[in-house]
Ligand binder design. Structure first.
Ligand code: ADP
Ligand code: MG
Length: 395
């Protein structure tokens, strides 16, 4: 490790100790700010959250004078600091050995910086202030778009030091709470622009077939780039169904599942690349919920691994020679999805795909079920509740 990196780490270390241990005169001015923040953090974190159903956010109304934007920004001004404060406290409660990991600190400091910026915004009571606030929100969304990537890297570096539950629970809470925050912020920003068949982030005529087709294009690119081949994907069932939904998280989940199926199929059939069995995606829609089944003939998953595949950081990702790949290359090759909307980054080789997809499905009031027929292939079922249902999720 070179000297400047070490000094950098020590700097972080000092900051951390200070933040987590309260006032300490040794650090002068830094102390004042950090203590000030911590006080705020504790107070905000203790406040209740006001979660909204998609229907509530969809029917907030739209007024020609833009007052709906001021109202929406005002809600976020109250809501976001308390949600971010909870993240910060979550990080602060981690074991010391995890805290001193430089990547973990990077994520922690991102949240701390976002918190500072958001709590210093003055009351939003006119459109000019709303415009400035929206600018800040889009900056923050951009700053935080790689948080899941950082988390996955940090997870891998520190997992040997602490029991799985400590990190697994943190990853689960961070991913789902972050999804909620991003959806709310993106909804507000989307309200500012008119887009056909959309109210904010809600697509009024969401087509699962179109979402799947977009994912297939991205995944095929990644798969071709990595292996030189990619399997065909057929979509059947209720392909004409359209309904109001939030497409972004479904797209993220589908992308992870199709990527897994493509990888398994290509690895299994690499000897006969021109006779690769297609991946079959079936859509089923009814009044209460919709289900998407992804069926591949990628050889399935051994029974001995079935209890691990939904654990964060479990992967059997291999390079071309079949060795367990621990390099950054796999990650880079298979992780650059063209449609990364910053909901969760797009990961492979880090073992975050299945658990994050399952966490998002649960957040959306649904489930992700995997059935493996070891030796033949895998079926994965994504089941999500419609947003007009009384027991729908809250963001
Ligand atoms: P990653 O793709 O980064 O390895 P995931 O969480 O997406 O992480 O998947 C974890 C593991 O589950 C994979 O490494 C693979 O062993 C297994 N797996 C997931 N989906 C499939 C599938 N469709 N067919 C075979 N194995 C799969
Ligand atoms: Mg994966």
């Amino acid at each position: 490790m070179n000297l400047s990196r070490k000094v950098d780490q020590l700097k972080h270390f000092k900051f951390w100790r200070f933040v987590s241990s309260g006032p300490n005169t040794e650090y002068g001015l830094e102390k004042k700010w950090a203590y000030y923040d911590q006080d705020f953090v504790d107070r905000e974190a203790a406040k209740p959250l006001h979660k909204l159903t998609p229907t509530q956010i969809m029917f907030h109304g739209k007024f020609a004078d833009g007052s709906h934007l001021v109202k929406s920004a005002h809600y976020l001004q109250q809501e976001l600091p308390r949600r971010i404060a909870r993240h910060i406290k979550d990080f602060q409660s981690l074991p010391y050995v995890v805290l001193i990991n430089p990547i973990m600190q990077e994520v922690y400091e991102l949240y701390l910086r976002a918190f500072r910026k958001l709590v210093h915004v003055t009351e939003i009571d006119n459109l000019e202030k709303e415009r400035q606030y929206s600018f800040l929100l889009s900056q923050l969304l951009n700053d935080h778009k790689d948080v899941v990537t950082y988390l996955a890297k940090a997870f891998r570096q520190v997992k040997k030091f602490v029991p799985y539950e400590v990190l697994g629970d943190l990853a689960e809470r961070t991913l789902t709470s972050r999804l909620g925050i991003r959806l709310l912020a993106e909804h507000h920003l989307a309200l500012r622009h008119k887009k056909e068949h959309f109210i904010g982030i809600i697509g009024t005529q969401t087509s699962l077939k179109h979402i799947i087709e977009r994912c297939v294009i991205n995944c095929k690119d990644l798969c071709q780039h990595r292996f030189g081949y990619s399997p065909a994907v057929y979509v059947s069932g209720h392909t004409k169904a359209t309904f109001p939904y939030i497409p972004a998280p479904v797209e993220y989940i589908m992308q992870e599942l199709i990527k897994n199926s493509m990888r398994a199929t290509v690895v299994r059939h690499i000897e006969n690349p021109f006779e690769m069995p297609p991946i079959e995606v079936t859509i089923c829609n009814n009044d209460e919920y919709f289900t998407i089944k992804i069926s591949d003939k990628g050889g399935g998953i051994p029974d001995s691994q079935l209890s691990d595949i939904f654990q964060y950081s479990f992967t059997t990702s291999t390079d071309n020679e079949g060795n367990l790949c621990e390099t950054e290359d796999t990650f880079d090759n298979f992780s650059r999805a063209a449609n990364d909307k910053g909901i969760g980054g797009v990961l492979s080789g880090y073992g975050f795909g299945l658990p994050s997809a399952a966490a998002y499905a649960k957040f959306l009031g649904g489930s992700l079920t995997l059935v493996s027929m070891y030796g033949l292939g895998t079926d994965v079922f994504l089941k999500l509740i419609h947003i007009n249902q009384p027991n729908c999720f809250r963001i």
